[in-house]
Design a protein around this ligand. Sequence first.
Ligand code: UD1
Ligand code: MG
Length: 456
Amino acid sequence: MEVVVLAAGQGKRMRSVLPKVLQPIAGKPMLAHVLDTVRAVEVRKICVVYGHGGELVRERLDAPDLAWARQEPQLGTGHAVMQALPHLNDAEMALVLYGDVPLIGVRTLRRLEQAAGRERVALLTVNLDEPTGYGRIIRDEAGRVRRIVEEKDASGDERRVREVNTGVLVAPVALLRDWLGRLTNDNAQGEYYLTDIIGMAVDGGIEVVTEQPDHLAETLGVNNKAQLAELERSHQRAIAQRLMEEGATLIDPARIDVRGELVCGRDVEIDVNCVFEGRVTLADGVRIGANCVIRNARIGAGSRIAPFSHIEDTEMGEVCVIGPYARTRPGTVLADDVHLGNFVEVKNSRIEAHSKANHLAYVGDADVGQRVNIGAGTITCNYDGANKFRTVIEDDVFIGSDTQLVAPVTVGRGATLGAGTTLSKDAPAGQLTVSRAKQISIPGWKRPVKQKPGEA
Ligand code: UD1
Ligand code: MG
């Protein structure tokens, strides 16, 4: 099968500088959803028909398996498919899809392909209570499809038909080429309608069959931001449903957003308002508190992430305790049983097992050993304004509060740093290192008192 994806429509009603088919559903452009779906169906060729302003679409989504056909001006869906014909092989079947109908499913497409076989036309249709705006499927007394009539060209009787054209169809390329060559734009909209090929097929004795999608949402198109939001919610509901079927506990399935791939082990619990982006894996027993954002991360079994934490490009071992209000940035690798508390930021650092930074710290470009205790307010000064340097903190180090580690610097195994230390040279293993002005007390000292006006 070869695929034509129609994506030339401008989408004026989105009122956006971003072309319509690049508007995201679940963080991914609508057209990318369609392309990934047809890739999963394993087709021979994919041709995207793009139009005015579509260069950005091509730039963003170009891939070696795609052919691009420009449609300028846009004279209708039939005209759009015509632009793709030079890329299509007469011996193949063609599948036509829309770039702004993002949730079409693999199973539905496979069924449509089966129904078409090698010589039929297969149409994907749905029955709607409110069919206004769609092309209607007109059948004869025997129930065979006769033709499709567009809303604007339909008679009163025809408008009462509830079975509508979704726009998705499969047809033999050679026949399609012949029919498209004979299209006229003699209709209410002055357009070349792809839908007119159905009447031509029937007249030519070609069988037209129909299939219905697994889910209605697969056929919903997006013309404005309200429809985009509706489809987003329906997609997120479906993802939440799947996660729960796989055993995840979602405190409220209406309040989770997955923008990528989320894989959960057994007995994972996710509280409300969490956002998952990219590839996220939560191993068995992981618990995610409310309002966390987690992107491209692997979280080990039994780890707990408390509310309002932000986890990005991070690998986390087992039974870690993170947050609330913790932030891990790209390059963070935490071994087992690491604790990061409120307002602790970690970047491009490795922290070994059983180490803790429980309050208000910045650990950047550091290698932290096992059983290290990083006191409140500790900061790795990793950046001199031009270059970044590493801090090495060996096993069993204790770092007092409000310490600055001016990198590059190493704290030897078992060392203790006194609170308030500004460490600019390596600290030897096993010793107390402290840099601090000596504390003095002045006996008999009096506080100044406020002078009265007129007094000298
Ligand atoms: C089309 C169908 C209608 C169907 C409906 C389903 C035709 C004539 N009508 O109507 O039967 O019920 O979709 O949503 O086919 N496009 C181009 N180039 C063009 C025109 C359109 O690429 O010149 C693309 C659009 O970007 C869009 C798709 O084709 O992705 C459908 O176009 P649209 O204008 O929405 O068609 P409808 O009038 O809704
Ligand atoms: Mg439409």
